[in-house]
Design a protein around this ligand. Structure first.
Ligand SMILES: [Zn+2]
Length: 144
């Protein structure tokens, strides 16, 4: 008689422990769902921003982060050659047009930038700079 009572008590404890575990799991699941509800619009917004950034390539001038750009062929090239097209913001386009900057496309991956004090003077600074990924991808997409 007492042995049967022990078995029933043990079964009742096991059932109570199981129900506590199930309740804890449901609380944790509810917490995870609330976190997901908060994060979902943020993640969607970030993904949308990334798509927007991918559509607007940055200015290719070293250190410039402007995304409002237009494509222009480098000096001595035409816009028919996709690799010669450089994305420039209004400020850097003005610098190129005024003769303070010169841009040359050495190959598909680098641009050489020359900085001039005066239009006839030799360049006071010359650097090679890797092209931005968006313009490289754009150049690869076009047939040559
Ligand atoms: Zn710029």
């Amino acid at each position: 008689m007492t042995i049967v009572d022990f078995k029933e008590q043990k079964e009742a404890r096991r059932r109570a422990e199981w129900e506590r575990l199930v309740a804890w799991q449901e609380r944790e699941l509810a917490t995870a769902r609330r976190v997901l509800e908060v994060l979902e619009p943020i993640v969607n917004q970030l993904l949308k921003q990334k798509r927007v950034r991918a559509r607007h390539p940055r200015c290719e001038a070293p250190g410039c982060w402007s995304t409002i750009t237009t494509l222009h062929p480098v000096q001595g090239r035409t816009s028919d050659d996709a690799l010669s097209l450089v994305a420039l913001c209004a400020r850097h386009l003005g610098a190129v047009r005024s003769g303070r900057f010169r841009v040359n496309a050495d190959d598909a991956d680098t641009l050489s930038w020359q900085l001039y004090d005066r239009p006839d003077a030799p360049p006071c600074l010359q650097i090679k700079w890797p092209r931005r990924r968006a313009s490289k991808a754009r150049a690869r997409r076009r047939p040559r």
